[in-house]
Ligand binder design. Structure first.
Ligand code: GUN
Ligand code: ZN
Length: 437
């Protein structure tokens, strides 16, 4: 099969087409040369740390109209190991499907051109540094790389940019991320932020050097630079560094915005996202890392972001919390318990709250196409499954939340294409901030 790149250079392994623009918001389509589904934008990517979402089967991911998920190099390197994923399966795409590498044809390029091997969804891997700094008990960053203590062997290990890329080449995701020097955005050491910004540029160069498959895996740089959007400041210097590399060395297939969603104020957060979107090239995808609250997606899409990822929808589902336009439904709360109209319990419940109008006997959202809502599974049924620790409860809420996020980005896309995004934002904000919820 032929694959046409939108760029003049052959080093991009994706094709980015803008389908419509409304204000600064964009609706685009990304094609990967891999037999996977096209990725429309705006796009939210749920986090499936080891290549699949907890409690959701691969074909269920596809049936939620979820065309791309994020996996973590860090977790896959620890278990089962990226070399095994490569050697035994020929990459994570096959590993998830339980398809072993064709041993008669060892250089089968991760089965790229095998039409029997239509991929249910595309993959992006994060580089590992961020997970190490945020998850590993002991970690320390030097120019060489990130030193961390293995949670299993307790040994001190070093992850260099070259190691991260080798692992990500072995995993074989369609988008891979550079190793970056991430620091909490609420840290205070000015010098450390300056070092991290320039180190991130140097590490990008080492990642480019180490990357073996630029024609089939897209390596994204990550813009760092703390909250400094001043003229000649760190964010500007970082952007300028990448733009120089894009124009004079190797075409960059897409750009990530990092170092945010780490406890900074919303004002600082919007300011940095706005700044990055104004400076990044218009003809490349923009990926805002670690962002996934519905409200943030709506605002950042208005600023020009195309892609997002976050554990929020899946993690919050594991706490029994369902997402709707009005905010959250905490299904474990007593108000969602099935009520016996003649019991004393009902009287107590009615006396101490204004929950009389909460109808726990209806689905989370009657218009939602997820498994639970479509089958009419009520909130009181979900409440009792969650209370009983029945895994199907969390699975159904996970599917609802992922479906909600997919519907949210699809609704944004539709309104951008219809040039009514402003009305969408107003209506979204009105419902989100309505008092009666
Ligand atoms: N996930 C959320 N933020 C970041 C970031 O700044 N860098 C990386 N690598 N991953 C992230
Ligand atoms: Zn639903």
């Amino acid at each position: 099969p032929t694959f046409s790149s939108s760029s003049s250079s052959s080093s991009s392994a994706l094709c980015f087409h803008i389908n419509g623009i409304d204000g600064r918001a964009r609706a685009a389509t990304i094609h990967f040369p891999n037999n996977g589904p096209p990725v429309t934008t705006p796009r939210f990517m749920p986090v499936g740390t080891k290549g699949t979402l907890k409690g959701v089967l691969p074909d269920e991911i596809a049936s939620m109209e979820c065309p791309i998920i994020l996996a973590n190099t860090y977790h896959l390197a620890i278990q089962p190991g990226t070399e095994l994923i490569d050697q035994v399966f020929g990459g994570l795409h096959n590993f998830m499907g339980g398809i072993r590498r064709d041993t008669d044809n060892n250089d089968n390029d991760n089965n790229d051109n095998n039409d029997n091997n239509k991929r249910l969804y595309n993959l992006l891997t994060d580089s590992g540094g961020f997970q190490m700094v945020s998850l590993a008990a002991l970690s320390n960053v030097t120019e060489k790389g990130v030193v961390f203590q293995s949670p299993y062997s307790k040994e001190h290990m070093l992850l260099r940019p070259e190691d991260s890329i080798r692992c990500q080449n072995e995993i074989g995701a369609d988008v891979i991320m550079q190793l970056d020097d991430v620091i909490s955005s609420v840290a205070t050491n000015e010098d450390r932020f300056r070092i991290a910004t320039f180190r991130t540029l140097r590490w990008y160069d080492r990642c480019v050097q180490a990357h073996q498959y630029p024609h089939r895996q897209n390596l994204f740089p990550i813009v760092q630079g703390h909250l400094d959007t001043s003229r000649g400041g760190l964010r500007e210097l970082c952007l300028a560094g990448f733009k120089h590399r894009d124009q004079h060395h190797r075409r960059i297939p897409g750009f990530a915005i990092g170092g945010l969603a780490g406890g900074e104020s919303k004002d600082d957060f919007w300011k940095v996202v706005d700044h990055a979107c104004r400076h990044l090239p218009d003809d490349r995808p923009r990926y805002l890392m670690g962002v996934g609250y519905p409200l943030d997606l709506v605002v950042c899409t208005a600023l020009g972001v195309d892609m997002y990822d976050c554990v929020y929808p899946t993690r919050t589902a594991r706490f029994g919390v369902a997402l709707v336009d009005e905010g959250q439904i905490k299904l474990k709360q007593h108000q969602f318990a099935a009520k016996n109209p003649s019991s004393a319990d009902m009287t107590i419940n009615n006396n101490n709250s204004n929950n009389n109008n909460i109808n726990s006997n209806t689905p989370i959202d009657k218009d939602c196409p997820c498994e639970a809502c479509r089958r009419g599974v009520s909130k009181e049924r979900l409440h009792s499954l969650l209370k009983a620790n029945n895994p199907i409860g969390v699975q159904l809420v996970t599917q609802h939340n992922v479906t909600y996020m997919m519907q949210l980005v699809t609704r944004m896309r539709k309104s951008i294409l219809e040039r009514s995004f402003q009305q969408f934002v107003q209506e979204f904000l009105r419902r989100y901030f309505a008092d009666d919820q």
